[in-house]
Design a protein around this ligand. Structure first.
Ligand SMILES: C[S@@+](CC[C@H](N)C(=O)[O-])C[C@H]1O[C@@H](n2cnc3c(N)ncnc32)[C@H](O)[C@@H]1O
Length: 505
């Protein structure tokens, strides 16, 4: 990602000014040689000062202005509904002899990781990966956008679960039964795809499935690349811009992952935030009740990052089962490494399930099953937070609670980073972590800044109530060193969910 770091910008600008200064100095010495009058010397210095002032003013304005929004350019998230005749489509598939339809259960931990480093498409081209049983293993952001996250929550399921969303599903299923049931599989298989996206309209694509060999004999799986065509040029550009923006944000999270833990785990204020949202150390200033999670709770940690909150809970050995849901590969890799001793691949608990999923949709996670859902510093980056909160509502038990923390309109980043710096100094870690501290600060000050200050506590309460939550049981504007809000709401029986979905879980 081409990201301008302000320090580089400043250096470049300083360089520019220095060059001018050097030039001016040179012309100044020339002019002295030429015996120029002190008046013209003064005016050259004044001119240089004027330029410098202008440059400083330009920089000051630029730093106050939001850069391009990293997300949200193409409107909010629009879900592709499960086709009304899905059962009919399934019956059609059952009438065919589809390969892999009776595959063993997919293991989210070991099967997902078997693939390790595989061939992959250019990040701007939609692509997905199947294993040798034609089960969905992974897909990229470009695919998720073009096909409206229709694979989200379907990892490990047979690819026909995705094919049911296609306009030409019959032709695709027929081809699957015909071409992939032989002992000799085709090295490459090509076919047209027809799909109607709520966001981009009609999509025609050429699908190329490349066999990934395990060795000379066996097949490891399939890399499927889609050459997508939209109906008109404006939609093509809109899609490309959306992909670019999604990638840019994803790369930011990857870059963030590398310095995040080193800086924040060494800073007391970050631990205070975790203890606060978990109701373990509740500072004064909040309103309502915030309790500690009871033993054996089932918890969703949404946008779990490198797993600090999940690990904090798992280490307490209080029997919690934690579903850590995270979309960024780098964050998730770190989470898996750090939480290794507590990872499990089933929901029987206690322990942590690490799930790669976009939290804009929680399809595939059990409904009415969780006691708590926690979004610690995540909601600000969501395309459509209300949609996500509705999904959370669905996944919580009656009486279950959502806890959301994050920046608010009044957040002062400078004060927050002054506090983090003070914590690092107090822990005698500042000189060791200076570079990482700067990196975390720059990412917040530049790339994340435009999306950080979206709401007040009142806005957040409204969004939670709109999503179906019955009551707000706690809120504070005084979290994270006084620079973040925490808002908690409960699911109550009396509130009908406006978005109950007729999907299988
Ligand atoms: C600031 S970090 C917070 C991480 C963690 N909750 C913590 O307390 O340290 C935000 C995280 O949310 C993740 N995230 C953002 N949008 C997401 C989405 N739509 N689905 C899943 N994860 C997402 C990012 O990848 C990143 O790891």
């Amino acid at each position: 990602m081409a990201k301008k770091s302000p320090s580089r910008t400043t250096a470049a600008v300083t360089g520019k000014v220095r060059t001018k200064a050097t030039q001016n100095a040179a012309s100044h010495s020339d002019s002295t040689k030429n015996k120029t009058s002190p008046t013209s010397m003064n005016s050259s210095i004044e001119e240089e000062l004027r330029l410098l002032r202008e440059e400083v003013e330009r920089l000051r304005k630029a730093s106050q202005q939001p850069a391009d929004l990293p997300t949200l350019s193409s409107g909010g998230f629009v879900a592709k509904e499960v086709p009304e005749d899905r059962d009919e489509r399934e019956s059609y598939a059952e009438g065919l002899d589809l390969p892999g339809i009776n595959a063993p259960d997919f293991n989210l931990v070991s099967d997902f990781l078997t693939f390790g480093v595989t061939p992959w498409a250019d990040a701007l081209v939609p692509a997905y990966m199947l294993d040798n049983y034609f089960r969905i293993v992974d897909w990229n952001l470009a695919f998720g956008l073009a096909f409206d996250r229709t694979m989200e929550g379907r990892r490990g399921q047979h690819v026909s679960e995705w094919v049911y969303f296609l306009d030409n599903y019959k032709a695709i299923l027929d081809q699957g039964a015909k071409e992939f049931n032989n002992t000799k599989l085709p090295p490459i298989h090509i076919e047209p795809i027809e799909y109607t996206s709520p966001r981009y309209g009609k999509i025609h694509a050429i699908k190329r499935a490349y066999q990934i060999p395990k060795d000379a004999e066996e097949t490891q799986g399939w890399l499927v690349i889609l050459e997508v065509k939209f109906d008109d040029l404006p939609t093509t550009y809109r899609y490309k811009r959306d992909v670019f923006e999604a990638l840019r944000l994803d790369m930011t999270w990857s870059e963030y992952a590398m310095s995040y833990d080193r800086v924040l785990l060494a800073s007391r204020v970050y631990h205070e935030l975790i203890e606060h949202i978990l109701g373990e150390q509740v500072p004064r200033g909040g309103q309502g009740e915030l309790t500690r999670l009871p033993p054996r709770s089932r918890i969703l940690d949404l946008g779990a990052g490198t797993g600090n909150l999940s690990l904090h809970l798992a280490k307490q050995q209080r029997g919690h089962t934690i579903f850590a849901v995270e979309n960024n590969r780098m964050m998730l890799d770190l989470l898996r490494d750090k939480c290794h001793d507590y990872l499990r691949s089933d929901a029987l608990g206690p322990g942590i399930l690490a799930i790669k999923q976009d939290v804009n949709t929680l399809f595939g996670l059990p409904g009415n099953a969780f006691d708590f859902a926690i979004l610690n510093n995540v909601a600000y980056s969501l395309e459509d937070p209300i949609k996500c909160f509705k999904e959370v509502w669905d996944s919580l038990k009656i009486g279950g609670e959502i806890r959301v923390s994050g920046p608010q309109k009044s957040t002062n980043l400078e004060k927050l980073f002054a506090r983090i710096a003070a914590d690092l100094v107090a822990a005698d870690r500042m000189s060791e972590l200076n570079l990482e501290f700067e990196q975390v600060r720059q990412i917040n000050q530049t790339i994340l800044r435009p999306i950080l200050f979206r709401w007040t506590v009142e806005d957040m309460k409204k969004m939670l109530l709109e999503a179906g939550f019955g009551s707000i049981n706690y809120h504070s504007e005084n979290a994270y060193g006084g620079q973040a809000m925490i808002v908690c709401a409960k699911k109550q029986r009396a509130t009908p969910n406006p978005m109950t979905r007729s999907v299988k879980r």
